[in-house]
Design a protein. Sequence first.
Length: 302
Amino acid sequence: MLYLFFCLSEVDLSFRDPDLDINKRVDILVSQLTPEEKILQLMNQSPAIERLGIPPYDWWNEALHGIARSGNATVFPQAIALAATFDPVQLKKSYSLISDEARALYHKFQKTKEYDRYKGLTFWTPNINIFRDPRWGRGQETYGEDPFLTSSMGVAVVEGLQGNDKKYFKTHACAKHFAVHSGSEANRHRFDARVSRRDLWTTYLPSFEKLVKANVQEVMCAYNSVDGLPACGNSELLTTILRERWGYKSIVTSDCYAIDDFYLPGHHTTHVNASNASISAILAGTDIECGYSFLSMFAALK
């Protein structure tokens, strides 16, 4: 009992004080994490840290046209159909309703202590890739081939999902897939997109820049490579453009198992193993991995 009391007395829980500056709260929390705990918090399936009162959380949630895989929820038309309305005002209203349902479902899951996938508030939507080729099966998830319309509709989704509270986000939206990701599905884990600078900046990047300016809270890096580097390990995309040029200050998550593509045979094979790939992804600007490659960093600590 005395040992338990001593351990608890060493824990600084002031990071839970909402009156403290958020940066101070983060510093207090992170300073108490072990290296192993830090690695685990970089995974989409972030486990609980019981000694600090932090519950588990899974960052993977979907809401492309309504909350997915979480039980009963309203289903809206697919994104390409909503784009055909050319009505971002109505789209924002639709996603405001989606975020209402998301909050209700989240509170229900919290009461029953359900913390697994599809039961959170961080939604990996909208898909703002440019639909250039009608053979791309996932083109239905996008808002079409026009960067201007895609930007307008994408901003509406962000505003509807995240709300307008000055302090708290209603949910998170996520701009995906960054960048130059427009099919095909068959070779997405090994495809190297090589585009002109003009095409990059006038076609593929404008919608992402607009969503960053709209304060989107997550960006998902893509499976494909861009100019020889996997998107999730591409410092030009994730650091130079996204953070330094556009001023993005929030979360970058990988597409699911995209870090595996760095080193698996028949994929990009730009890296020799999981730990090498994971370190490159983090240094380039990937904050959260959807997958398990980051677990390899446990061995790298030894």
